[in-house]
Structures are given as structure tokens and as C-alpha cells.
Design a protein around this ligand. Structure first.
Ligand SMILES: NC(=O)c1ccc[n+]([C@@H]2O[C@H](COP(=O)([O-])OP(=O)(O)OC[C@H]3O[C@@H](n4cnc5c(N)ncnc54)[C@H](OP(=O)(O)O)[C@@H]3O)[C@@H](O)[C@H]2O)c1
Length: 306
């Protein structure tokens, strides 16, 4: 089994973004700028936003950190986005999800200018993806495609099974795998014979949000296994079972342990390649966000993307 090292590959992508940002800055005296919009004080969202801002700094992308109270009216949030849409100094807009329940997420996402939609969730960008056109692709699925390419893992003609059909991961990933000529099956909570379908996969992707859901009986020998799940657990017995002493220590120190949807230790005995959690898909999501911000900057200035 070979570990698919998302952290290492993500560093490589970030280095490439940094080089291009420097080049453009020398040429145009301008750098891309990402505006992050955080509504409320959800602790996980705060961590995600601060990681994104730190990564911007690392690669020379400017950031605009907008924090709004959870009580904000939907109309006021839309006004804020309107300002960012019209601000020529802002190239990418990212509204951190989830939003408070009184706000219509679909309305907010559709309100972001598609050319600044660096998350790739706008209906125009998803529509372009559906049509097979170039677009700002959703970060996590596109990161997975690029990871497979980095390791020379062919998708063409392979049986690709995705467990999870969210609009953030499962559905766009299915379209991207199709674009690579994979034979794609999407499963979800109502799917029957999930184990049998999963076991037919040459490439199995888990995007469920359930710790250790995928066990060896879901996996064909030699399959490539991509674990998208990020789950925070505090059960010491489970932590010990899947990560030994390291798992226990993490819970004692931080009060939680991050694990994926795949039971890493047991599944890695069967898989040919597997992504760890953390250090697999997660870092790639952020590096693609940086790539998308750079791409948006270039699109807005009519600079050709390679
Ligand atoms: N690494 C990253 O950067 C990254 C990015 C995004 C998400 N994530 C993580 O990935 C996981 C999934 O995220 P998401 O946003 O896609 O979640 P989501 O919107 O909750 O979707 C979960 C999907 O899993 C399916 N599912 C749930 N229980 C199932 C079961 N028992 N059998 C089969 N399918 C089942 C659901 O089916 P139904 O549609 O039928 O309900 C749904 O389609 C989470 O752990 C999240 O934190 C990681």
C-alpha cells in the first residue's frame, strides 16, 4: 500500500501558485485578493477561515477577512456580497458554510458573481462543469482529481464508486471523474447493496461524514481509496482501536481526534493507495482554493490560463 500524501502534493501546488503570483505581481503590480466572509462564531468555521487566510499569506495572495454577526439579516449579507462583487480589488469571494438557519444558502451562493466564486458552488460554475466546460471547479473534488494525476493513477475505464452525493463533494466529483472517462456510480443513504457496489470499485471515494464507516468488507483488494471525511471523535476506545497510542494521546491532549470515513488501519492492508486523515484530501482543498483565486484573478484580467 502507498499513502497518497495530500500534504506533500498540496505544498507543491502552493509553491506553483506562489511563483505565479510573484510573476504577476512583477508584471502588473497587483496580486490576487480573496475575501472570506464568516457569519457567526462557529468554532470549526473560524479555524477553517483562519487556515485559508494563513495560506493566502504564504503564497502572496491578499486577503480580506469579513466577520459578520450570526444575527445578520439575509438582505444585509447579500448587500455585503454585492459590495464585494463590485469591488475590483477583490478577485475571489468565499462565504464560509454553514450559514445560520435563517439565511437561505442557495440564495447567498447564487448571489456571488460566478467569476469570483472560488468555491465553485455557483449554479453557473456547476452548470459549466456539467457541460464539460472549463470552470472554477469545487475545490475538494478537483483536488482529488489532481491528486490521482500526481500519482499517475488512471481514471479512464475504471469503476469509480463515490459514497455521498452532496453538492460540495459527491456530485461534482462524479462529473469530474466522468470527464476523465471513469465509469461512475454514486451511492447514498438510500442505496441498496452498498457493500457489494463499493467492493466493485477500482477507485472508492468516501464522503459520508461517519467515522470509520468504510471497513475492509467494502473494499476490493488493490483498490484506490480516497477518504474525504473529517470527523472529530472523543471516544478513547475507538481512537485506540484505529490509531493506537497516537489516537489516545490526541484525545488526552486536545479532547478530540480527527478521523476519516475509512477505517485507515485495516483498509490500508487491502488498498493499493489510500489517503490518510488528516494529511490527505484536506490540504488539497485549500491549495485548490488558492489556485482558483489565482485563476479568477487571471480570468477577470483576460490573462490566459494554461
Ligand atoms: N477534506 C475536505 O476538505 C472536506 C471537504 C468537504 C467535506 N469534507 C468532509 O466530508 C464528509 C462529507 O461531507 P459532505 O459535505 O459531502 O456531507 P453531507 O452533505 O452531509 O453528505 C453526506 C452524504 O453521505 C451520505 N450518507 C450518509 N450516511 C450514509 C450511509 N449510511 N450510507 C451511504 N451514504 C450515506 C448522504 O446520503 P443522503 O444524500 O441520502 O443523505 C450524503 O449524500 C464530512 O465528514 C465532511 O467534514 C471534507
Amino acid at each position: 500500500m502507498e499513502k497518497l500524501d495530500g500534504k506533500k502534493i498540496s505544498e507543491k501546488f502552493l509553491f506553483e501558485v506562489k511563483k505565479e503570483v510573484e510573476y504577476l505581481k512583477n508584471r502588473l503590480n497587483k496580486s490576487p485578493v480573496l475575501a472570506t466572509v464568516l457569519v457567526g462564531d462557529n468554532p470549526a468555521s473560524k479555524v477553517y477561515v483562519s487556515r485559508k487566510i494563513k495560506t493566502c499569506q504564504k503564497v502572496g495572495i491578499g486577503s480580506m477577512d469579513i466577520k459578520l454577526p450570526s444575527s445578520i439579516r439575509e438582505g444585509d449579507l447579500l448587500n455585503e456580497i454585492d459590495r464585494l462583487n463590485k469591488n475590483d480589488d477583490v478577485n475571489g469571494i468565499l462565504v464560509q458554510l454553514p450559514l445560520p438557519p435563517h439565511i437561505d444558502v442557495e440564495k447567498v451562493i447564487s448571489f456571488i458573481s460566478p467569476i469570483k466564486d472560488v468555491d465553485g458552488f455557483h449554479p453557473v460554475n456547476l452548470g459549466n462543469l456539467l457541460r464539460g466546460n472549463d470552470s472554477l471547479y469545487p475545490c475538494t473534488p478537483f483536488g482529488i482529481i489532481k491528486l490521482l494525476k500526481e500519482y499517475d493513477i488512471q481514471v479512464e475505464g475504471k469503476n469509480c464508486v463515490i459514497i455521498g452525493r452532496s453538492v460540495i463533494v459527491g456530485k461534482p466529483l462524479a462529473l469530474l471523474l466522468l470527464k476523465e472517462n471513469g465509469t461512475v456510480t454514486i451511492c447514498h443513504s438510500k442505496s441498496k447493496n452498498l457493500k457489494e457496489i463499493s467492493k466493485s470499485a477500482d477507485i472508492l471515494i468516501a464522503a459520508i461524514g461517519k467515522p470509520g464507516f468504510v471497513t475492509p468488507d467494502y473494499v476490493k483488494k488493490g483498490a484506490v481509496v480516497i477518504d474525504v471525511g473529517i470527523n472529530s471523535i472523543s471516544d478513547k476506545n475507538y481512537a485506540f482501536r484505529i490509531k493506537g497510542e497516537v489516537g489516545l494521546k490526541s484525545i488526552e491532549k486536545k479532547g478530540y481526534l480527527l478521523v476519516g470515513d475509512v477505517e485507515y488501519k485495516t483498509v490500508s492492508n487491502i488498498a493499493s493507495y489510500i489517503t490518510p486523515v488528516p494529511g490527505g484530501v484536506g490540504p488539497l482543498t485549500i491549495s485548490i482554493l488558492m489556485e482558483n483565486t489565482l485563476k479568477a484573478f487571471k480570468l477577470q484580467r483576460g490573462i490566459k490560463n494554461d
